[in-house]
Design a protein around this ligand. Structure first.
Ligand code: NAP
Length: 269
C-alpha cells in the first residue's frame, strides 16, 4: 500500500457555494494562514470579504491574493482590507462600516503568545495574554451582536491542545478553553436574534504560524513531522478554512466546537 497517496491533500471544494454566494464576511486575522485561505475560498464561491490584520504589508499582499481569485474584480469592494488590531473595537467598526453589510465574522487572529512554565509567568503576563486573546473574542462578539443581521454567524478558533495540552502552555490554552466556553454562552444568548456562534478547534495545520515553530520551517521538516500523524500529514489551510465555511453556511449549527485535526486527538500519546 502506498503511503504517498494517503498523504496527498485533495483540494477543498465547498458544496456550500449557493449559501455563501453574495454574502459578506469579515475575517479577523484574514491576512495569513487559515484566515487567508477562508478569504480565497469565500471569494471563489462568490462572497465578498473584508480582511483584517495588523501588518500593513501582509494585508496588502493578502488583499491582492484574494482579488486574484477573480481578476475581473478590480479594486472594487468585493475584497477589502482594514489594517488594525482585531481586539480594538474601532478596527471592527471600520471593517463593518467599509463593508456596509456583514453576514459572517470569522476570527482566526492569534498566535502562541503567553507561552511559558507557570512558575515563570507573572500575573502581568497572564493578564496580557487574556486581555489580548479574550479581549479580541469579546470585541468580535460585541460587533457581531450589535451589527450582524438575523441569519448571521460568528466563528472563533481554538486548538486541540485544549484537550491534549503540552507543558508550558497554561496561559494560551486557558484562553482557548475560554473561547470554547464563550462560544456556547453566546450561542444561547444570541439565538433569539437568530445569530449563530461556533468554534473550529484546529489540529496542526500547515500555515506560517506552524512553520514559525522550531524545526518546522521547511517543506521537508513539515512533511517529516506530519508523516507520523494518522493521515500521514498535517492539514492544509484550505481544509481548515473549509470547516469555517461550513459553519457559516449551515443555518442550524450553533454552539458547537468542531475539530479539524486529521484524527490526531484520537491517536495514542
Ligand atoms: N496552524 C495551526 O496549526 C493552529 C493550531 C491550533 C490553533 N490555531 C489557531 O488558529 C488561528 C489561525 O492560525 P494560523 O495558523 O492561520 O495563523 P497565522 O498564519 O499566523 O495567521 C494569523 C493571522 O492573524 C493575524 N493577527 C494576529 N493577531 C491579530 C490581531 N490582534 N488583530 C488582527 N489580526 C491579527 C495575523 O496578522 P498580523 O500579525 O499582521 O496581525 C495573521 O494574519 C490562530 O488563532 C491559531 O492560534 C492554529
Amino acid at each position: 500500500m502506498s503511503t504517498a497517496t494517503t498523504a496527498t491533500p485533495i483540494p477543498v471544494h465547498s458544496p456550500l457555494s449557493s449559501a455563501l454566494s453574495g454574502t459578506t464576511a469579515v475575517l479577523v486575522g484574514g491576512t495569513s494562514g487559515i484566515g487567508l485561505a477562508a478569504g480565497v475560498l469565500l471569494r471563489s464561491v462568490g462572497a465578498r470579504v473584508v480582511l483584517v490584520g495588523r501588518d500593513a504589508d501582509r494585508l496588502k499582499a493578502a488583499v491582492s491574493r484574494v482579488r486574484n481569485v477573480n481578476p475581473a474584480d478590480g479594486p472594487g469592494d468585493a475584497v477589502l482590507g482594514i489594517a488594525g488590531d482585531g481586539g480594538d473595537e474601532r478596527t471592527l467598526a471600520e471593517a463593518f462600516d467599509a463593508a456596509g453589510h456583514v453576514d459572517h465574522v470569522l476570527v482566526t487572529a492569534g498566535g502562541i503568545g503567553g507561552a511559558g512554565p507557570v512558575s515563570e509567568l507573572s500575573v502581568g503576563d497572564v493578564r496580557a495574554t487574556f486581555d489580548s486573546r479574550l479581549g479580541a473574542a469579546f470585541a468580535a462578539a460585541r460587533a457581531a451582536a450589535t451589527r450582524l443581521p438575523a441569519g448571521g454567524s460568528l466563528t472563533f478558533s481554538s486548538g486541540t491542545l485544549v484537550v491534549r495540552p503540552l507543558p508550558g502552555m497554561a496561559a494560551p490554552l486557558s484562553v482557548a478553553g475560554a473561547v470554547e466556553t464563550l462560544t456556547r454562552a453566546l450561542a444561547v444568548e444570541l439565538a433569539p436574534a437568530r445569530l449563530r456562534v461556533n468554534t473550529v478547534r484546529f489540529g496542526r495545520i500547515d500555515t506560517p504560524l506552524l512553520r514559525s515553530l522550531p524545526g518546522l520551517d521547511s517543506d521537508d521538516a513539515i512533511a517529516a513531522a506530519g508523516s507520523t500523524a494518522p493521515l500521514g500529514r498535517f492539514g492544509t489551510a484550505e481544509e481548515a478554512a473549509g470547516a469555517a465555511l461550513f459553519l457559516m453556511a449551515n443555518n442550524y449549527v450553533t454552539g458547537q466546537v468542531i475539530t479539524v485535526d486529521g484524527g490526531e486527538t484520537l491517536g495514542r500519546s
